[in-house]
Design a protein around this ligand. Sequence first.
Ligand code: URA
Length: 240
Amino acid sequence: MEEVRLQKFLALCGAASRRKAEELIKQGRVHINGITVTDMGIKVTEEDLVELDGKRLRKEPKKVYIMLHKPTGYVTTSKDQFSRKTVLDLVEGIEERLYPVGRLDYDTSGLLLLTNDGEFTFKLTHPKHEIEKVYIARIQGIPSEAEMGNFRQGLRIEDYTTSPAGFRVIGKSGRDTLAEIIIHEGKNRQVRKMCEAIGHPVIELKREAIGNLALGNLKEGHWRHLELSEIKGILTLLDG
Ligand code: URA
């Protein structure tokens, strides 16, 4: 980290606003490498031991928000007990420690968010927010109107009844159907279980969108930072 003025460092650590930081320094409450400083001009780096009232301050890590187009064949964890490739293997060049927001199955592709913002992850994955998730599924056979109706009304999967989901046929491929499926929950393997429950198991599954965030033309295996407007957009959906 490059050198920054002490009052800015205090602000970057979330200890105080810059103005308040100046007061703290003047009051002799700030120490650098064990020495009390009251000089405003002094500069520090992350290597310096900066303390406020005897407590070490550390710069808050920059918040990073990434959209990844996950291919199949990757696990959504940081480490896999069977040494399979993880989604983090696809995101190189980021210093911050990232965590996946929710998960996609090993055999599912599509939009996966990664961030180091724990609060963002908590909000986005909290069941009460019911954020919309759009999937494209290739399913076996051709579902009847009644079966699609069941999907839309809610289905019993194991000990759980799903809330109404969207189901729209968007194409045919041989004896299979391509469907757009929209759910607002995030139970483990939910789309696969729902399709199985109507008798049309999933052959291929891809997540296209989460709330206002869509894959667009992001290529499989590639990632990009979210735009500020996209982050604000999804937070508005969560808070609204
Ligand atoms: N539903 C599934 O069944 N699998 C996923 O990966 C995501 C949603």
